[in-house]
Design a protein around this ligand. Structure first.
Ligand code: NDP
Length: 299
């Protein structure tokens, strides 16, 4: 039976460490780290995610400033608003990080809008320039979901007595999105894994996945990965979030089956999801600490 890696507990642990760092920062500077959250439109799921992030940020002592805009805002209008946030205009302070809640409405050219955020404030790690810098190993903030996945793998290794160290291991990443698949593949490559990317056109998918010492699944297809896809003793990270017709939320991995063959497995919910938020908060605190050392960059 696989070891179940509890992302909720790990995230809590990390966030209590962050709260301590925030306290130290407040003592030194009398300033709280500040995250600006941009929400466009009234998508209920986005509102829930923003609410969750705000609550967890506040628990760490991070101040959250919400900037809400109507569904029909244009790309150029949104860019102007963002420029104001970046420069701390309209009576707002310059934040330590800016998060744009995705997805944005259809009329918005997402890359144009994201590109307004300077790399130094891109705590979500999704701005095109940050992604390019990542390819060169020079990014300031790594994207939150892949960063959370690495922490979960580290935790699995620690709990398994380091039986699956990353160096030289075969990692298979299922999914090649810009948010999850591509960046986690690159990050595992940086950790000296031998990485294979798989996607909807991959031939012999089962065989490819069965080679993996570390299998990352991010496709958005409920319970797709059964035990036949998994090598005995692998670490399996389930990134997927899928809502079934009966309302249950499940991952891309068939939990019952795969827990019989994997060495370690993350659950859904309670695996990658909470870690993604913890990594966002970690990036905000890192930014705030960096700016007190270097002085505010944009003043
Ligand atoms: P995308 O839809 O952007 O990408 C899905 C990827 O999966 C594509 O590369 C696609 O291949 C591949 N794929 C889809 N179906 C199959 C299949 N049957 N066989 C092989 N490959 C397939 O998704 P995201 O990366 O944004 O998200 C993936 C999942 O992770 C979703 O469930 C999402 O909700 C979840 N997620 C969870 C997060 C968290 O914090 N827990 C954060 C972000 C996402 P191709 O490129 O060929 O089309």
């Amino acid at each position: 039976m696989a070891l179940i890696i509890n992302g909720k507990e790990l995230a809590k642990e990390l966030e209590s460490g962050l709260a301590q760092k925030v306290n130290e920062l407040i003592v030194k500077t009398s300033q709280r780290p500040r995250l600006a959250v941009v929400l466009v439109g009234s998508d209920p799921a986005s509102k829930i995610y923003v609410g969750l992030k705000t609550k967890r940020a506040n628990l760490c002592g991070i101040e959250v400033a919400d900037f809400c805009y109507p569904e029909n805002i244009s790309t150029s209008e949104l860019k102007i608003e963002l420029e104001r946030i970046v420069k701390g205009q309209n009576g707002n302070q310059i934040p330590d990080g800016i998060l744009i809640q995705l997805p944005l409405p259809k009329q918005i050219v997402v890359d144009e809008v994201l590109s307004v955020i300077p790399v130094e404030l891109d705590v979500d790690g999704l701005v095109p320039l940050s992604q390019g810098l990542m390819l060169r190993g020079q990014t300031r903030f790594e994207p939150c979901t892949p960063l959370g996945i690495l922490k979960l793998i580290d935790k699995a290794n620690e709990l398994l007595g380091n039986s699956i160290l990353l160096r030289g291991k075969k990692a298979v990443v299922l999914g090649r999105s810009l948010i999850v698949g591509k960046p986690i593949g690159l990050m595992l490559l940086e950790k000296d894994c031998t990485v294979t990317f798989c996607h909807s056109k991959t031939q012999n998918l089962k065989e490819e996945c069965r080679q993996a010492d570390i299998l990352i699944v991010a496709i958005g297809v409920a319970n797709f990965i059964t035990s036949e896809y998994v090598k005995t003793g692998a670490i399996v990270i389930d990134v997927g979030i899928n809502r079934l017709a009966d309302g249950r939320v499940v991952g891309d991995v068939d939990f019952e089956q795969v827990s019989q063959v994997a060495a370690a497995l993350t659950p859904v919910p309670g695996g990658v999801g909470p870690m993604t938020i913890a990594m966002l908060l970690q990036n905000v605190v890192k930014s705030a600490i960096g700016r007190t050392v270097c002085g505010a960059i944009y003043k």
